[in-house]
Design a protein around this ligand. Sequence first.
Ligand code: PLP
Length: 386
Amino acid sequence: MSRVIYFDNNATTNVAPEVFEAMKPFLTDLYGNPSSMHTFGGQVEKHIRYSREAIAALLGCDSSEIVFTGCGTESDNTAIKGVLAAYPEKRKIITTRVEHPAVLTTCRELQNQGYRLIELGVDKYGQIALDELKAQVDDDTALVTIMYANNETGVIFPIDKIAEIVKAKDVVFHTDAVQAVGKIPLNLNNSNIDLLSLSGHKFHAPKGVGVLYIRKGTRISPFIVGGHQEKSRRAGTENVAGIVALGKAAEIAAKSIREENTKVKKLRDKLENAILKSCPGSMLNGDKINRLPNTTNISFEFIEGEAILLLLDQFGICASSGSACTSGALEPSHVMRAMGVPFTAAHGSIRFSLSTYNTEEEVDFVIEKMPIIVNRLRELSPFVES
Ligand code: PLP
């Protein structure tokens, strides 16, 4: 394959070479079932334990609070549906309009089943109003679920303050931290977060493994029932190789989080500043300050994001757009709409998301190509007078 410049790390990441090495034995020689009575199977169990400890160390919690799942979506579904099942007398859920579909679709499905759903709006920076949240949390609220960091814009919510507000009303709080874990430091010991979702493939572990953190004492029913794995909190034979990989990725992340906030942020800032300067009609979406260090979301007025992506693709550059194909038409994403990004700009929004594997040379290449692409598309735009 020709050279690929991968700036789409919020979609998924490469498996780190050390992670791949760590998981390999569990796909070959060490294939035993950790629940087996024999030594061959039983020896695998300790590797699951090491992984649980590595993840607990990254999150600042106890290893008994880590439950392995199949992905971030499963963790989100488990948190939401599991808490509602544990509080059958409560009928209200609070979330935001900018959640990932793993949360939003789940909540809306529950709304169709009769739950009262409050979707908090956001301002132009993608932030919610804490007063509005405070006013909504009441005795009927079973769960508040609010993401840590937004996958499209990288905007970080003030999760500790949010958790404090929710805790003050004695309501369970879940956060979808799929985009935050491995990119910014978290410390669950010092927070009021009850439940937290993460996903391996967003920080250099493979796809198909996730975690739901469940604070000790949180009332929650299991979502997947069957065997006694994960202390009956999530049944099903463990994805041992995936779990070992996730542990290794957590270990690496714990060591490299500072680098993420320096090296990766520097590359992101260089890319962002250069594009905003060289491409007329470009603007940043989201909160410039409270943001993941690896993400930038830029709108280009009067051009389709998809057209930009196609031209980027011709240069081997991978990115994402903020539009989704709904019933055959391109619609700005629900995040862009919630932030009130003007229609003409929301259609042309592009997300670049970097990782520690990106280089300055790659950034320079994209900086060189972007104005060429934008100017070419502007010339073709029916909305721009020549
Ligand atoms: N939540 C957020 C914020 C995400 O960005 C994603 C994936 O893009 C998910 C949940 C779903 O995670 P997974 O792909 O592991 O199901």
